[in-house]
Design a protein around this ligand. Structure first.
Ligand SMILES: Nc1ncnc2c1ncn2[C@@H]1O[C@H](COP(=O)(O)OP(=O)(O)O)[C@@H](O)[C@H]1O
Ligand SMILES: [Mg+2]
Length: 267
C-alpha cells in the first residue's frame, strides 16, 4: 500500500474514533436524515429520503412498504452493504453508549461491525449451497477467528434451539424454505449481534411457515434481541412493537403493533 493511502486510512481511523458520540445506552441504532439516490443514465431515483429512526434494545420494528419503496436499500445501508448519499447511521458499538457513525468508519471497521454487530437475514436465504446447515452457521465464527470448541458449542446450541438439531448436517438443497430460513436466523445470531436486520424474511414462504418464522422473531425479541424487519406483508408487520410505513423512500406513518400472531389472519 502506498504511503498516501496509508495516511488516508490512518486519518479515517483517527476521525472515526475521535468522532465517537455518546448516545443513550438503551439505543441500539439511530438513523438521521438518511438519503440514498441511484443514478441510472441521466435519471436519478431517490430510494430513501431523509429517513429518521431510532431502535431501542429489545425492540422489534417492522417497516412496511410495497415493492420499490426502498426497503432493501434501507437494510443494505444499515447493514453497511451499500453507502448512503448523506445522513448518519450511528451504532451503539460497545453496547454501553459509544456511538459510531458507519459513514466515518474505515472499511476495516465497517467489516468488523458487519461481522460482529449486525445479523443479516435475506429473502433468498443466501446460504452457501456446498456447505451444510452447520457449516453455514459456523462460517461467521471462523471468519471472526473463534476457536473450534466455542464454535461447536454455539452452532449446536443455536441449531437445536431453532428446531434443526436433527438436520444440521443437511445441505441447503435438502432443506425446505422454512428450514433454510431458520438456518439463516441461526447464522445471523452466531456472533451475538447488536441487531438483526431482516429483508423480507418470509417473502418466499407459505402462510404456515411464515407464522413459524414470525414466532421465532417474537421469541428472540422476548429474549432481548433487537430486530428490524422490512416486509411488504402488512399482516405480519402488525406483530412487531412498532409498524412504520415506507412510501417512495419516505416514512409516512407509524403505529403501535403488538398484535398476537394467532390473530393476524383474522379480519
Ligand atoms: N442498484 C440500483 N440501481 C438503480 N436503482 C435502484 C438500485 N437498487 C434499487 N433501485 C431503485 O430504488 C428504489 C428502491 O428499491 P428497493 O430498495 O430495492 O425497494 P424494495 O426493497 O422496497 O422493493 C426502486 O425504485 C429501485 O428501482
Ligand atoms: Mg426489496
Amino acid at each position: 500500500m502506498s504511503i498516501e493511502k496509508k495516511k488516508v486510512r490512518m486519518n479515517k481511523q483517527r476521525r472515526a474514533t475521535t468522532k465517537a458520540v455518546r448516545i443513550d445506552p438503551n439505543i441500539v441504532l439511530t438513523v438521521q436524515d438518511l438519503t440514498k439516490t441511484y443514478t441510472v443514465g441521466n435519471s436519478t431515483i431517490t430510494a430513501l429520503s431523509k429517513v429518521n429512526l431510532t431502535i431501542r434494545k429489545g425492540e422489534f420494528i417492522a417497516i412496511v412498504g410495497p415493492s420499490g419503496s426502498g426497503k432493501t436499500t434501507l437494510i443494505n445501508c444499515l447493514g453497511a452493504l451499500d453507502f448512503p448519499d448523506s445522513g448518519k447511521i450511528i451504532y451503539n458499538v460497545d453496547g454501553k453508549g459509544m456511538g459510531l457513525d458507519l459513514a466515518v468508519m474505515t472499511n476495516k471497521q465497517q467489516k468488523k461491525i458487519r461481522l460482529r454487530k449486525i445479523g443479516l437475514i435475506f429473502q433468498f436465504y443466501n446460504l452457501f449451497p456446498i456447505l451444510t446447515a452447520y457449516e453455514n452457521v459456523e462460517l461467521p465464527m471462523i471468519i471472526d477467528k473463534k476457536g473450534p470448541k466455542d464454535r461447536e458449542e454455539k452452532v449446536k446450541f443455536l441449531l437445536k434451539r431453532i428446531g434443526l438439531g436433527e438436520r444440521m448436517h443437511h445441505l441447503p438443497s435438502q432443506l425446505s424454505g422454512g428450514e433454510q430460513q431458520r438456518v439463516t436466523i441461526s447464522r445471523a445470531l452466531v456472533n451475538d449481534p447488536l441487531i438483526i436486520l431482516a429483508d423480507e424474511p418470509t417473502g418466499e414462504l407459505d402462510t404456515e411457515t411464515t407464522t413459524n418464522i414470525i414466532k421465532i422473531f417474537l421469541d428472540l425479541k422476548n429474549a432481548g434481541e433487537s430486530i428490524l424487519m422490512v416486509t411488504h406483508n402488512k399482516r405480519i408487520a402488525k406483530t412487531a412493537d412498532r409498524v412504520i410505513i415506507l412510501t417512495d423512500g419516505v416514512f409516512t406513518h407509524e403505529s403501535k403493533g403488538g398484535k398476537p400472531i394467532e390473530d393476524i389472519y383474522k379480519q
